[in-house]
Design a protein around this ligand. Structure first.
Ligand SMILES: [Zn+2]
Length: 297
């Protein structure tokens, strides 16, 4: 599944290849890929036609491209995308062969590289949504459907002090809090385990017992693991094509905790343990990340 760094690489690629270009026409090849666009595929393609794509933005794993009208109006709508499990946004020569799982295709009026949404499992989706004022960043606009989602730790709008205060109020385990999109977005299971390992915090640490320094440490750790993944993936958009493969293109990352059951901790050598967590797994070091006396799951 594409995580925040993969989505950021897609955003950078789109920024380079689609910004300032005007859509000639769009085509929906599978209605499921625009299922969240309530007015249907024809309305979706109609809203894209003749509009200019502005610089794409991202929050967590969502990305959006604001659309400007011919009349040079300020953007009131954006194409909102979520890649789901296997979605890809590809830019390439318009006459190339159609991908087997091509779902949506956008052609531009300059006749140049086209934009394709390819998604084998169709959990991803595209929609055109109204932009609304951003509750987390007073200067910006965000698509209405994601207005309730908190800023992610790589955004300037992320408010570390508000995050700390919310943790103190929430009375939950820190990992559960990291996966809660109303507190912080874009931190999936892998990055949560990696950030907690770096911050030396157990995943069931009660959030109301965390100090400001604990909260700052886990945030910094989350930023570091995401930045490291971005650095590895940074070359994949520096070519002609934006080609982030949601499955195999998952960045090669050197993981310290996630998926390393019984392998030695890279800090202390103790075997990494695996616990059941919300029908998934949590990986941690039993020595560096001791279980708190009072744990919250
Ligand atoms: Zn350790």
């Amino acid at each position: 599944m594409p995580e925040l760094p993969e989505v950021e690489v897609v955003r950078r690629g789109l920024e380079r290849w689609t910004t300032g270009r005007t859509v000639a026409s769009a085509e929906v090849l599978h209605p499921r890929s625009v299922r969240r666009h309530a007015e249907g595929p024809a309305d979706f393609t109609g809203r894209l036609a003749k509009r200019t794509m502005l610089a794409p933005r991202r929050r967590g794993k969502y990305l959006w491209i604001p659309l400007r009208d011919e009349q040079d109006e300020a953007p009131g709508e954006a194409v909102l995308a979520h890649l789901g499990m296997s979605g890809q946004l590809l830019v390439g020569e318009p006459d190339r062969e159609r991908e087997k799982h091509l779902r949506v295709r956008v052609e531009f009026d300059d006749g140049g590289l086209d934009l394709r949404f390819v998604d084998q499992r169709t959990f991803g989706h595209l929609m055109v949504a109204d932009l609304v004022p951003d509750a987390f960043d007073g200067r910006a606009l965000v698509p209405g459907p994601i207005a309730h989602i908190a800023a992610d730790p790589l955004e300037d709008a992320f408010d570390a002090e508000a995050f700390y205060r919310a943790l103190r109020r929430r009375k939950t385990g820190i990992k559960r809090a990291l996966l809660d999109q109303s507190l912080i977005s874009g931190v999936g299971n892998i990055y949560a385990d990696e950030a907690l390992w770096r911050a030396k915090l157990h995943w069931a640490r009660p959030t109301e017992t965390m100090s400001r320094a604990d909260a700052a440490r886990v945030l910094e750790a989350a930023r570091e693991v995401m930045a490291a993944a971005l650095a590895v993936g940074g070359t994949s958009f520096d070519s002609l094509y934006v080609n982030v493969d949601g499955e195999s293109g998952y960045f090669e990352r050197s993981l310290d905790a996630y998926g390393r059951r019984d392998e030695p901790c890279r800090r202390c050598g103790s075997p990494i343990r695996r616990d059941e967590f919300m029908n998934r797994s949590s990986y941690s070091c039993p020595v560096c990340q001791p279980r708190p006396r009072r744990a919250r799951y």
